[in-house]
Design a protein around this ligand. Structure first.
Ligand code: NDP
Ligand code: MG
Ligand code: MG
Length: 340
């Protein structure tokens, strides 16, 4: 088994007399900044003026433009959307980089696909939590953490590994476990996971199930509960106890159906297609397409995004969730506040 790193493996004094600039205050940015601060690390935020700037100020952070934040820090963690990082790096970070600074990422995309090429005299590393930013913050507050991968691309100071572990400790990830990897492995597995299983695979599976039931004349409300709403329970059980833990809780009829029909749905053909998806990622085809799509201002992305919102499962889902305010705590709180 690979070595998994925990709290005891980090130098908890590493950040004494060091300053971290967190660039971006979105999903990952707010969580890293707040967790590091709670771990005693001095943090400044780098942003442009706007929504995130205001929330970072409201949360009590010193906020600067990207250039000023990067210039004053020892460690620069870039938590901007991947497709914006190259421009911001070239225009606002590269000009102020000093020898011995550390440039950090939470995903290897831009370094691995050569969109960001750092100078030879800075450390380049990543700490990538394996979960959305809001969970990185929520679990930290609960005394737990989201596991993270870390990788060293460039180590000129000789301290890059110590920094990676101290950073992973600071955001709470070493409570759950840190695993060492490479930029290549992190990037390719992250893209594959979100495309084939977590996001792409799952949304397509849910829609196909919903369409199969509704096209056969069953009620869309029922199909929504069956193919989407109930997923949460199943995923929670898998998160807690793996496939076995989930199967322990379902009926034997459900488990028999799982065994005999699951492999008919996700069959050898599907797996062959998954391999082709992985090949596109490994050979840079996916990255190239996504970079070009952004350069053209996202015509295909925006068109699909709009048509997806009109899918019948989304329409019926919006109506049903409106009657279950408890499923979305954030919306529920907003409504309570609005009602006051
Ligand atoms: P978000 O889209 O949530 O946040 C982006 C932040 O960058 C916002 O605060 C935004 O501020 C700011 N920003 C955007 N453009 C600029 C600019 N030109 N100048 C200054 N600030 C800007 O990003 P994520 O947190 O999702 O992603 C950050 C990184 O973390 C990515 O590398 C991603 O791959 C990685 N990651 C993300 C995960 C996730 O679950 N989201 C999981 C693991 C890794 P504004 O309000 O002004 O737009
Ligand atoms: Mg991921
Ligand atoms: Mg990703």
């Amino acid at each position: 088994m690979a070595k998994v790193y925990y709290n005891g493996d980090a130098n908890q004094q590493y950040f004494n007399n060091k300053k971290v600039a967190v660039i971006g205050y979105g999903s990952q940015g707010h969580a890293h900044a707040q967790n590091l601060r709670d771990s005693g690390v001095e943090v400044v935020i780098g942003l442009r003026e706007g929504k995130s700037w205001n929330s970072a100020v409201n949360d009590g952070f010193a906020v600067y433009n990207v250039r000023e934040a990067a210039g004053q820090a020892d460690v620069i963690m870039i938590l901007l959307p991947d497709e914006r990082q190259t421009k911001v790096y070239n225009e606002e970070i590269a000009p102020v980089l000093r020898p011995g600074q550390a440039l950090m990422f939470a995903h290897g995309f831009n370094v691995h696909f050569n969109q960001i090429v750092a100078p030879q005299d800075v450390d380049v590393l990543l700490v990538a939590p394996k979960g959305p930013g809001h969970l990185v913050r929520r679990t930290f507050e609960q005394g737990a953490g989201v596991p993270a991968l870390f990788a060293i691309h460039q180590d000129v100071t000789g301290d890059a590994r110590e920094l990676a572990l101290a950073y992973a400790y600071g955001i709470g990830s070493l409570r759950a476990g840190g695993l060492e990897t490479t930029f290549k492995e992190e990037t390719e597995t992250d893209l594959f996971g979100e495309q084939a299983v977590l996001c792409g695979g799952l949304t397509s599976l849910v829609k196909a199930g919903f369409e199969t039931l509704t096209e056969a004349g069953y009620q869309p409300e029922l199909a929504y509960f069956e193919c989407l709403h109930e997923l949460k329970l199943i995923v929670d059980l898998m998160y807690e106890g793996g496939l076995e833990g989930m199967r322990y809780s379902i009926s034997d009829t459900a488990q028999w159906g799982d065994f005999v029909s699951g492999p008919r749905v996700v069959n050898e053909e599907v797996k062959k297609e998954m391999k082709r998806v992985l090949t596109d990622i490994q050979q840079g085809q996916f990255a190239k397409g996504w970079i070009l799509e952004n350069q053209a201002n996202r015509p295909v992305f925006n068109a699909i995004n709009e048509s997806e919102k009109e899918h019948p499962i989304e329409k019926v889902g919006r109506e049903l969730r409106a009657m279950m305010p408890f499923v979305n705590q954030k919306q529920a709180q907003k409504k309570e506040v609005a009602a006051l």
